[in-house]
Ligand binder design. Structure first.
Ligand SMILES: *[C@@H]1O[C@H](CO)[C@@H](O)[C@H](O)[C@H]1NC(C)=O
Ligand SMILES: *[C@@H]1O[C@H](CO)[C@@H](O)[C@H](O)[C@H]1NC(C)=O
Length: 334
């Protein structure tokens, strides 16, 4: 019995050694790696001939393919990928605009507030462009990336395999290069642009005191918070952002109309058309609705997509048409 046990233990040790050697050694011809994201890349040996490295994470800018080789990310981002990146950029811009609106002295759109909004817009555009220029291909607004295949691509750190339950192979990497890291780069550049441009804009607009300094302080909180949310939730946001944008813009649209004094449909319509601020807010919401709808229905035929876009102003008309039925005062008098 003891002899049998010793034999089995010996066999297991041998097997572990063989399999470990298999994964942890350099090999002349490519062999299998465990896990979803472990791969081998080519390295020169002492004699200068190319051999394959041990299994591990692929170098930045490459991703393991079906034959366990790290191959460079050379595909272009899909339309959906671009819309995702736009969404992350727009979230940063809207958060800034919102903080500028909150500290603005008057609720009406003044030239100073408008100038600050415009400055935030220009800073955002500049940092987005610089972020694109800094990524492959260098110095061009195009982007080379690896395709997103599944949710786990965003969370490779949770998928380090431990073959034989011995030692964990560290294969975490940015499998969706550069869709994850470029958002951090953009937010960092946005803060830099804020410091580089905003003081000059405030000087030119003679913007002093709270309305000049508060949006800058707010942005110093906003961007780290956005970066943290992106760091943790990027994969979920990537799949859910069309629904998020439609839901949030519908809510904020209803909030905008509900905060008007006069809820009769004539006043709602009149105040929407006659005040520039209201008009800009409503059209801004339409743009967001359209963006969300297109992202959600990107797989449809282009003709159907155009039909879907006619739904964009629908919430506004529904609110105005139905406002007299939803007035709480009416329920009491009826
Ligand atoms: C390098 O070349 C020498 C002489 O040709 C050979 O003995 C040695 O095994 C080679 N090393 C490797 C790692 O192939
Ligand atoms: C995987 O990448 C390697 C190295 O780039 C390449 O030689 C090989 O053909 C690729 N395999 C597949 C299935 O694409």
């Amino acid at each position: 019995m003891a002899r049998l046990t010793a034999f089995v233990v010996l066999l297991m040790l041998l097997k572990i050694h063989v399999i470990q050697g298999y994964y942890y050694d350099r090999v002349p011809t490519i062999t299998k790696c465990p896990g979803y994201y472990c791969g081998r890349h080519q390295i020169p040996d002492e004699n200068g001939t190319n051999i394959w490295s041990s299994c591990g994470s692929c170098p930045r800018g490459s991703r393991v393919n079906s034959t366990w080789a790290c191959s460079d990310c050379t595909s272009s981002p899909t339309a959906y990928d671009w819309m995702y990146l736009c969404f992350m950029v727009v979230v940063g811009l809207l958060a800034q605009w919102y903080s500028i609106d909150i500290v603005a002295a008057s609720p009406q759109l003044s030239w100073k507030t408008f100038g600050t909004h415009l400055s935030a817009f220009i800073e955002t555009c500049l940092s987005a462009c610089i972020a694109l220029l800094l990524h492959e291909p260098l110095g061009s607004l195009e982007l080379r990336s690896c395709a997103v295949e599944q949710l786990s691509d965003w969370y490779t750190i949770l998928h380090n395999p431990n073959p034989n339950y011995e030692e964990v192979l560290h294969c975490a990497q940015e499998a969706v290069y550069p869709l994850y890291s470029i958002v951090f780069v953009h937010y960092g550049l946005s803060v830099f642009m804020l410091f580089a441009l905003r003081p000059w804009v405030n000087k030119a607009l003679q913007n002093r005191g709270h309305s000049a300094s508060q949006p800058i302080y707010a942005a110093l909180y906003l961007f780290p918070i956005l970066a943290l949310i992106h760091g943790i939730m990027a994969g979920l946001i990537y799949y859910a952002f069309p629904s998020i944008i439609i839901l949030l813009s519908l809510m904020s649209h209803a909030f905008h109309f509900a905060s008007r004094q006069d809820q009769s449909w004539k006043a709602l319509l009149y105040e929407t058309v006659s005040r520039v601020h209201n008009l800009v807010v409503v059209i801004g919401h339409w743009v967001l609705h359209g963006f969300g709808l297109v992202a959600l229905t990107l797989w449809l035929e282009p003709q159907l997509l155009a039909a879907v876009l006619t739904l964009v102003p629908l919430p506004t008309f529904l609110y105005i048409a139905l406002s007299r039925f939803t007035d709480p005062g009416k329920f009491h008098s009826d």
